[in-house]
Design a protein around this ligand. Structure first.
Ligand code: 26M
Length: 822
């Protein structure tokens, strides 16, 4: 029998090789002889895609037959990361493929590197959507992700003379083998114009109709989403905007050729580029167009599918659960009402019930500047009918509130969907709350703060709508795929059930006292660090000491995340080494990665400061081998997959009460890095799970931050009483890091010493002290390894499989529909 298996494997290998050669020839028009690595990548991607499409077709049939309730996850962002490696792992083809390629002299790892990264998101929110898609499929839950097919994703970050420079992300320039365009499911989307009242034939009632000014076409582009160890394949359906067919006929006929083509460009602009703002919104018209465009496309698609399978929209909420990933798709509440009332002739009350029962809303931020509000003026010009509907929703809602709180005009003002006083604005979070049956935060602390602060009035009105759903990450990409050596050690030790049941990692604890196991664990971390050190040298030319502690902060650059505090610590370490060169130190390599929003001056200045400090520190022989600073340009999902496995220390140091959850924190711990962090977001729950002894905690709590601000925080007193902090700021002020530009970093010093809104000064001493504790612990390498193992062993709660199972049971009421094997 083993001979039979061997033969089968051999047959499989030659089958794979034949498929690749065929693709090169018939699809790409290339002879084997002239094919380069990218051509082979494309051939391989097509062969994986074909297998996924086959499974997808069988999945769609099963879902339709079973009349299954479906989750529609609406998100303006999906940060999927590269697909090929993930597809191979999910299909169980990874090892076979590696051997088949090696047979032809090709290196799988090298081909995987040829894939362009689909960066269709800013950061945490978009990556969460991608992890959720992985878990939805792995759990066999019928689901569609709806989003935008941006032609340019998050910008490419270049560093020039230490400054961030943005370049366009041309991710589609070599084609995208993962999508398939579906022009047969195109939809028409209208914008602008006005509304009018009319009487329908044979009907006494008046109806409203929208006479729009423009039509844009939405073309779905489908990306198959595989799961681990399942036949099911779900869909990510991304919409591309094109000009309407008749866009130009009138103009052409009038002889206005140029105007006609210009109009076409305006339509196609809608899905041109991802807005690179994370957490701050600007009321840009194109952004509202993007939001309405993808939501309106998706709702038409949902309705088409629902009517196909169920015949009437009466029971929409029984078969469709639509989740709003933040307020970006919240306009969907008004659009579904418009469709039901204007197009499908529902009465208001019935339409409203269907709408509320169908939508759920997830909030992702406590930062007030991130709450979306659209000027009523702009809104009415772009979506006049939707503005009317929002006014009507508001009118009925506030009437209901008035009954409950008869003499509370302030409360009415706060709950209103319209912000008054100054420019009137539509509050999208209020629209999302009113239009949904479920509202959730993304970590326990975040949900509590939502209930007590940002959404307090809604919580008092409808406490039962609120729940917490602590974020999670997919263990497939964030351990199995990115850290194959550790994944293998774990599977050899406790079996491989952890891949779909992450709580099983607990079994590692039984091996804590096994010295061989601990050495193997440490050796893997060391190998991962060597490989990262090579990558750092290849990309930025810096030689780092692979035996030093890899201290890593990778996330969007934002003041509340406090990369600045981390740099101040680095400068402090540098000052110490310069002043006392003979003192014993624990060597560190401090690594930063992250993009600053292009219009966020302070964040860009922090990028410059990191690079400027790196220039000085890395070229000073006094600290050689003991301190290095690295800023890795263009942090993205692919780079993250190299960084988490090679990290010793995870920096999660946001001001308490400001980070909704964080998900990078989970990826570090899963890969055996220890956290230095504040009691913020999911850090609180991570610490609870891994144990206080295995987590480096420091800093003010949310309450202490609030109390400090209430009495008036005076940053100067920290400067005056902490000589090391004083020296650190003085060194920046001296111009050491800005030769020839003495004032360059003044805005940073000003921010720290005038307002210090993020409490960097207040937390600095505690942070530095905690870092000393980190260093001492790292010196006892065996103790460190034990702590690392315990972090991995106890992180099971943060699997996105758990998160999604909670959403499915408590919000969506959806059940698994497994597709039978062939
Ligand atoms: C808004 C307007 C224009 C352009 C972009 C935006 C925008 C985009 C993303 C605003 C906010 C955006 O994301 C917020 C976000 O990423 N929140 C993060 O969500 C993660 C997943 O829940 C959490 O882990 C992070 O703590 C939270 O910051």
């Amino acid at each position: 029998e083993s001979a039979g298996v061997a033969l089968d494997a051999e047959a499989q290998v030659s089958q794979i090789q034949q498929a690749l050669v065929n693709n090169l020839y018939w699809v790409q028009g290339k002879d084997e002889q002239f094919a380069n690595a990218h051509d082979y990548y494309t051939a391989l991607a097509h062969s994986v895609r074909n297998q996924l499409l086959q499974k997808r077709i069988r999945t769609a049939k099963t879902y339709a037959q079973e009349r299954a309730k479906t989750v529609y996850y609406m998100s303006a962002e999906f940060l999927m990361g590269r697909q090929l490696g993930n597809g191979l792992i999910n299909l169980g083809l990874y090892d076979t493929m590696r051997h088949a390629l090696a047979d032809c002299g090709l290196d799988l790892d090298e081909l995987l590197e040829r894939e362009a990264e689909p960066g269709l998101g800013n950061g945490g929110l978009g990556r969460l959507a991608a992890c959720f898609m992985d878990s939805l499929t792995t759990l066999n839950l019928p689901a569609v992700g709806y989003g935008i097919r941006y032609e340019f994703g998050i910008f490419t970050q270049l560093i020039r003379q230490g400054h961030q420079v943005e370049a366009p992300d041309k991710w589609l320039s070599y084609g995208n083998p993962w999508e398939i365009a579906r022009p047969d499911y195109r939809v028409e989307i209208k914008f602008g114009g006005h509304t009018e009242v009319y009487k329908k034939d044979g009907d006494d009632d008046y109806q409203v109709r929208w006479i729009p000014a423009q039509t844009v076409i939405g073309i779905p582009h489908d990306v198959p989403v595989p799961g681990y160890g399942t036949e099911n394949v779900n869909l990510l359906r991304l919409w591309k905007a094109e000009a309407g067919e008749a866009f130009d006929l009138d103009a052409f006929n009038a002889g206005d050729y140029f105007g006609a083509v210009a109009n076409k460009m305006i339509s196609e602009n809608i899905t041109k580029v991802l807005y690179p703002n994370d957490e701050t919104r600007q009321g840009k018209e194109l952004r509202l167009q993007q939001q309405y465009f993808f939501v309106a496309c998706s709702l038409q698609d949902i309705i088409r599918l629902h009517l196909r399978d169920h015949g009437s929209l009466e029971n929409l909420a029984e078969f469709a659960a639509i989740q709003l990933n933040d307020t970006h798709p919240a306009i969907g509440v008004a659009e579904l009402m418009r469709l039901l009332i204007d197009e499908y002739n529902f009465e208001w009350a019935a339409a409203w019930q269907i709408t509320q029962r169908t939508f759920g809303y997830t909030n992702h931020t406590l930062m007030p500047e991130a709450l979306e509000k659209w000027s009523v003026d702009l809104f009415g010009k772009l979506l006049p009918r939707h503005l009317e509907i929002i006014y009507e929703i508001n009118h009925r809602f506030l009437a209901q509130v008035k009954l409950r709180y008869p003499n509370d005009p302030d409360r009415l003002e706060r709950l209103s969907l319209i912000e008054e006083g100054g420019e009137r604005r539509v509050r999208m979070a209020n629209l999302a709350c009113v239009g949904s049956h479920a509202i959730n935060g993304v970590a326990a602390l975040h949900t509590e703060l939502l209930k007590q602060e940002v959404l307090q009035d809604f919580y008092e009105l409808w406490p039962d709508k609120f729940s917490n759903k602590t974020n999670g990450i997919t263990p497939r990409r964030w351990l199995l795929q990115c850290n194959p050596r550790l994944a293998q050690l774990i599977s050899e030790t406790i079996g491989d059930s952890w891949i779909t049941n992450l709580d099983d990692l607990k079994q590692l604890e039984a091996h804590l006292d096994n010295e061989v196991f601990r050495h193997a664990w440490q050796a893997i971390k060391q190998e991962n660090k060597w490989s990262l050190a090579r990558y750092i040298h290849d990309t930025v030319g810096i030689k780092v000491n692979p035996d030093s502690m890899f201290d890593v902060q990778i996330k969007r650059i934002h003041e509340y995340k406090r990369q600045l505090m981390n740099v101040l610590h680095v400068i402090t370490l540098y000052n110490r080494m310069v002043q006392n060169p003979g003192d014993h130190v624990v060597p560190r390599t401090v690594i930063f990665g992250g993009k600053a929003a292009p219009g966020y001056a302070m964040a860009k200045l922090v990028v410059k400061l990191v690079n400027a400090v790196a220039d000085v520190v890395n070229n000073d022989p006094i600290v050689a081998g003991r301190l290095k600073v690295v800023f890795l340009p263009n942090y993205n999902v692919s780079q993250a997959q190299r960084l988490f496995p090679a990290s010793d220390l995870s920096e999660q140091i946001s001001t308490a009460g400001m980070e909704a959850s964080g998900t990078g924190n989970m990826k570090f711990a899963l890969n055996g890095a220890l956290t230095i962090g504040t009691l913020d977001g999911a850090n609180v729950e991570i610490r609870e799970e891994v144990g206080a002894d295995n987590f480096f905690l420091f800093g003010l709590t949310t309450e202490q931050v609030a109390a400090c601000k209430a009495v008036g925080h005076n940053p100067w007193c920290y400067y005056d009483t902490n000589p090391e902090l004083k020296r650190t700021l003085d060194v920046i002020a001296s111009g050491l890091f800005s030769p020839g530009e003495p004032d360059l970093f003044l805005p940073i010093l000003d921010s720290l010493l005038v307002d210090d809104p993020y409490m960097v000064m207040a937390d600095f001493a505690a942070y530095v002290q905690c870092q000393e504790h980190v260093s001492r612990t790292y010196e006892d390498r065996d103790r460190w390894v034990r702590m690392a193992i315990l972090n991995t062993a106890r992180i099971g709660k943060f699997s996105a499989d758990r998160t999604i199972a909670d959403y499915a049971r408590e919000i969506w009421k959806v059940k698994a529909v497994p597709v039978a094997g062939e």
